[in-house]
Design a protein around this ligand. Structure first.
Ligand code: ATP
Ligand code: MG
Length: 275
């Protein structure tokens, strides 16, 4: 299995961007050469890492529609080991403009082909819809991670995304796999959150990640400082949870952890000691 991962869920505000950027930062710190692709016109992954959306020289839009290469469009080393293909609201026009091109669903897949050797893992942050942008993300990916908010009706949205993934597998990308479901914004004090986790687990026992992302003010604050949770508050519960999640992703991808440089600051143990 290759290592291009899309974070997707047509529901808005479920933690796609938070997960994409913290996963990308985790992987980069663990020594994997990582590319984060912002595929959302909101540009939240871009701004959450402290990059000014309005001042981009080149963006995901240019790669999809202006034949600019990924190699020349990426912002290099926005963190050690992490490159970013940034986005801003220019990308909003892409859904429509892509329609006029041949093979509109394969634009991103084709664009990233030439840089696959440069990266160990590519993480794609998809927008909250199942339009052409997300379909480009899934067509370019080997696997999908679905963040699921621990809320009422979470299961309903899941059926829809499973359907879409099946369609993508049939028509656009037969290699696409579901890497896992990640429960986000879990509040252990509410009965509802526990019930949702139980229900999702019962229906998808092997797909759910063990890591459970807590509802945490620190996770919500970090983006406004342009930081990952590991930079903003490495000792927080949110940072711990995303470390566990990152380690599970590495395991599920079968990436050899031996080959990655050991990062002291991101080890789960280190986080707990200072918690
Ligand atoms: P969109 O569909 O709009 O792209 P999204 O699925 O990418 O949204 P995020 O942007 O990651 O979701 O999260 C939505 C909001 O919730 C953001 O303000 C984010 O900071 C906050 N948030 C994300 N995860 C958590 C969490 N575990 N605890 C508390 N707040 C969170
Ligand atoms: Mg988002």
């Amino acid at each position: 299995m290759g290592n291009v991962i899309a974070l997707a869920n047509q529901k808005g505000g479920v933690g796609k961007t938070t997960t994409a950027l913290n996963l990308a930062c985790y992987l980069a710190s663990a020594g994997y050469r990582t590319l984060l692709i912002d595929l959302d016109p909101q540009g939240n992954a871009t701004s959450s890492l402290g990059v000014a959306k309005r001042e981009l020289q080149a963006s995901t839009y240019d790669v999809l529609l202006n034949d600019v290469t990924v190699e020349s469009a990426v912002l290099r080393m926005i963190r050690p080991g992490l490159d970013l293909l940034a986005a801003n609201k220019e990308l909003a026009g892409a859904e429509k403009e892509l329609n006029d091109l041949t093979r509109p669903h394969h634009r991103l897949a084709r664009a990233i082909e030439s840089v696959q050797q440069r990266y160990d893992v590519t993480v794609i942050d998809c927008p909250p819809s199942m339009g052409l942008l997300t379909l480009n993300g899934m067509t370019a990916s080997d696997s999908v991670i679905i963040p699921v908010q621990c809320e009422y009706l979470a299961l309903e949205g899941l059926a829809e995304i499973f359907n879409t993934i099946e369609l993508v597998q049939q028509r656009l990308n037969p290699n696409l796999r579901i890497l896992g479901l990640l429960m986000t914004m879990f509040d252990s004090r509410t009965r509802l959150a526990l019930d949702v986790v139980k229900d999702v687990h019962r229906l998808n026992p092997r797909r759910m990640f063990n890591a459970l992302i807590p509802r945490s003010v620190r996770l919500a604050e970090a983006p406004s400082h342009g930081m990952s949770i590991f930079e903003y508050d490495p000792a927080s519960r949110g940072a711990d949870a995303y470390r566990l999640f990152g380690a599970e992703v590495i395991q599920r991808l079968g990436l050899d952890s031996q080959s990655a440089s050991q990062s002291v600051s991101l080890s789960a143990e280190d986080g707990r000691k200072t918690a």
